[in-house]
Design a protein around this ligand. Structure first.
Ligand SMILES: [Zn+2]
Length: 271
């Protein structure tokens, strides 16, 4: 069984403050965040292996800034039972999916922009994006990663993070999804949390449980043809994307991208 672990940092137990996820200042808080992050990945790897996974690839999706972009995991502390990808651009790595992957597990996810109880909630860019829709359905980064996996027929079976992202993921992917909530947002930068040691056990158990039924969740397909709508916070944020192939500016703040399917729309716009 091949398993793809897609991970982000904001939804990890113990992480609540932006300083814990921002590599550019290289403060102690970020290095604490990396430790917490790596150990949650390890928990998911253990769970997947005990469920019978024979090949596990971890893909860090957290943009921590500069040389830390998609590179926040601590190599020396990663479980021996996985391999991991450091990519240059988010959604760049598709090899495992193209080869055929049985399931994806999403660890450390955060809720979409504008979620009141979403810890560190945002969509792609907290400063630049305020709303993202796939064929009219509002989505966050869980939706983007799920659509990426779904493009190659890979279902998402587990989402971990705060309560808000678990709710968002079930709304999008259905009740067959296994979720593990490791904290409850009290606001964007505050939460009631489960201690990391217990959260990791919950994630390990959740990963094992989720992989018992590979057909519990359908691979996510936003629909064909696909229309992606991005609302930017301010008009200047839209400028860099405006002239890309397949894009149409519909008003000061809003860009629409169309394609035969989600991936053709996303890849012409995002890269
Ligand atoms: Zn992130």
């Amino acid at each position: 069984m091949k398993v793809f672990i897609v991970s982000d940092m904001e939804g990890v137990a113990g992480i609540v403050k932006r300083q814990q996820t921002d590599g550019t200042k290289e403060k102690r808080a970020y290095h604490e965040g990396r430790e917490l992050y790596t150990e949650e990945i390890n928990a998911a790897v253990r769970g997947a292996r005990s469920a019978g996974a024979t090949e596990i690839v971890v893909m860090d999706c957290h943009g921590a800034g500069e040389e830390w972009n998609f590179n926040s995991l601590i190599p020396d502390k990663l479980d021996r039972g996985c391999e991991y990808v450091v990519q240059n651009d988010w959604t760049e790595y598709t090899e495992l999916l193209e080869q055929g992957c049985d399931a994806a597990l999403f660890v450390g996810m955060h809720a979409k922009a504008g979620t009141p109880d979403g810890v560190l909630s945002h969509t792609v860019s907290g400063q630049a994006w305020r709303e993202l829709k796939f064929n009219g359905v509002s989505v966050g980064e869980t939706g983007i990663n799920a659509a990426l996996c779904g493009q190659w027929g890979c279902p998402v079976l587990l989402v971990t993070g705060d309560q808000a992202v678990c709710r968002e993921a079930v709304d999008l992917l259905g009740s067959g999804l296994t979720t593990v909530a490791v904290k409850k947002g009290l606001g964007r930068f505050s939460a009631r949390q489960i201690p990391p040691m217990r959260a990791r056990q919950m994630i390990e158990d959740g990963a094992r449980r989720a992989l018992q039924d590979l057909s519990a969740v359908e691979p996510y397909d936003p629909g064909r043809p696909a229309e992606i709508t991005i609302e930017f916070t301010t008009p200047d944020r839209l400028v860099e994307y405006r002239n890309r192939r397949g894009t149409e500016q519909v008003d000061d703040h809003t860009l629409v991208v169309r394609g035969d399917d989600w991936w053709s729309a996303w890849s012409q716009f995002y890269f």
